[in-house]
Design a protein around this ligand. Structure first.
Ligand SMILES: *[C@@H]1O[C@H](CO)[C@@H](O)[C@H](O)[C@H]1NC(C)=O
Ligand SMILES: *[C@@H]1O[C@H](CO)[C@@H](O)[C@H](O)[C@H]1NC(C)=O
Length: 446
């Protein structure tokens, strides 16, 4: 039988003509046996905060409150508000948390039922609980991890988890800011129903080899006055792609090696590094070619990059080798780097002199004139430098001598008259000796 309804807020109290009008309206409600009054109170108001002159607004005499057993009943949370029976004022009794009472719904009210006896009357009082900005924006996690490949193009988007705010209206209207950084900007969600959501936008290409990870701070700010904020740490891990070649620390390696180096002799170690991560940065070495053709002469360890001798070298055959080495990473697709190893072979005194005796005019007649050429002798040594530098000598105390005609060419010449009756045979020994250390020599008997 609700016939009339009075609505007014606590902020209007004290305006006498309105109060009078209200009383009149309430009077008619009273007569009908029921009435309705509305107040409002901010949540979290202190104990004792004034809500409304309830007795007066319901048209009850202060003196009647006790005798008529004035009482207030409320569904559930009866202790939040209380009435002072001396002055008829409704006040806040204990902490009212809007979010606890009503969650995120826009409307939040407490319904009070006021009852007096003699005669029995029941009034309905509604107290609106107003939101204050008592809740900060809250992110569900304190850290969000984003895995982003360094291959991502600028303008790529990476969605973020937004914050929530338990308040309502302006107090829950969130804006976001991102800490200063080179790589990302923030794309804010739009209020319309478009698909735009909170996300990071890549401003410029990432390079894992320069910056493997980034720490950003995302701040949510609500629209309350004063505003409250919440933050989340954004941890960006930049994922590797195989975008770097293996690189040798030198493009050319030069090494000298004795020609008598035996199999397994260490020659040189090449080293390539790849700035990528994991298998993208793991390097294997391979021999591409050996010039001049020396396929089996050297080996290369595919893991260590060590070059070793695998055959017999000969300075007299080849003084230089050029080895092309490749380093390949294990990415898909793989990338490769190259280098050249120059090997200079050094001579060892591994060749003995050789003596050739030609144009013999033996036997030598007794009456042969001194200075007659008996034989031509040539000496040679395949080694070079001092190792091939020869000196020749002849058995001492014989009537013959060696005369050099040209480098490494000699004539065996009769030095003095012969006398068959005193010496019928001479055993001549020509010795050629090289300048190596130790020297090698050869002899020839005439
Ligand atoms: C290879 O070179 C890199 C950098 O140039 C160096 O850090 C690394 O120790 C080298 N590795 C070897 C086995 O020499
Ligand atoms: C090393 O030399 C042996 C012969 O002595 C040959 O069979 C082998 O293939 C060589 N290794 C390489 C890697 O050239």
């Amino acid at each position: 039988m609700l016939k009339s309804c009075a609505m007014f807020g606590s902020q209007r109290r004290g305006i006498f003509p309105q109060r009078l009008l209200m009383s009149l309206l309430l009077l008619s409600a009273w007569e009908a046996g029921s009435g309705q009054v509305r107040y409002s109170v901010p949540e979290e108001a202190k104990h004792g905060t004034f809500v409304g002159r309830i007795a007066q607004d319901l048209g009850l005499e202060l003196a009647d409150l006790v005798p008529r057993l004035f009482r207030v009943a409320s569904k559930g949370r009866g202790d939040l508000l209380e009435v002072n029976l001396q002055n008829g004022i409704l006040f806040v009794n204990s902490r009212i948390d809007r979010e606890e009472l009503c969650g995120r719904s826009a409307e939040c009210s407490l319904h009070l039922e006021v009852i007096v006896d003699r005669p029995l009357q029941v009034f309905h009082v509604e107290v609106e609980v107003k939101d204050i900005n008592d809740n900060a924006p809250l992110f569900s996690l304190s850290e969000q991890k984003l895995l982003i490949s360094e291959s991502k193009q600028p303008d790529s988007h990476f969605p973020l988890e937004g914050a929530s705010d338990e308040d309502i209206g302006e107090n829950a209207q969130l804006t976001y800011r991102l800490s200063q950084n080179e790589y990302f900007s923030l794309e804010l969600p739009t209020n319309s129903k478009s698909s735009k959501r909170l996300s990071l936008t890549l401003k410029k290409s990432l390079d894992r080899e320069k910056i493997p990870e980034l720490n950003l701070l995302l701040t949510a700010v609500d629209g309350g006055k004063p505003a409250l904020t919440g933050t989340v740490q954004l941890f960006v891990v930049v994922l590797d792609i195989n975008d770097n070649d293996p690189e040798f620390d030198q493009s050319e390696y030069k090494v000298r090696l004795m020609e008598n180096a035996v199999k397994e002799t260490f020659v040189i170690k090449v080293n390539a590094t790849d700035r990528d991560e994991g298998t993208n940065g793991q390097v294997a070495y391979s021999l591409r070619s050996i010039k001049p053709d020396g396929k089996n002469l050297f080996t290369l360890n595919e893991n260590s990059g060590e070059v070793r001798v695998n055959g017999t070298l000969d300075y007299e055959e080849n003084k230089f080798y050029e080895i092309q080495v490749q380093a390949t990473d294990k990415g898909t697709p793989p990338m490769a780097g190259h280098c050249t190893v120059w090997i200079e072979i050094l001579d060892a005194n591994d060749n003995a002199p050789e003596i050739a005796v030609t144009s013999l005019s033996f036997p030598v007649r007794e009456d042969t004139e001194p200075s007659t050429v008996i034989a031509l002798i040539s000496v040679s040594d395949r080694d070079s430098g001092a190792n091939g530098q020869l000196t020749c000598s002849l058995t001492p105390n014989v009537p013959f001598k060696l005369v050099s005609t040209f480098k490494n060419y000699y004539s065996l010449v009769l030095d003095s008259a012969l006398d068959r009756e005193s010496v019928s045979n001479y055993a001549l020994v020509v010795t050629a000796r090289d300048g190596g250390s130790p020297p090698l020599s050869a002899t020839a008997s005439v």
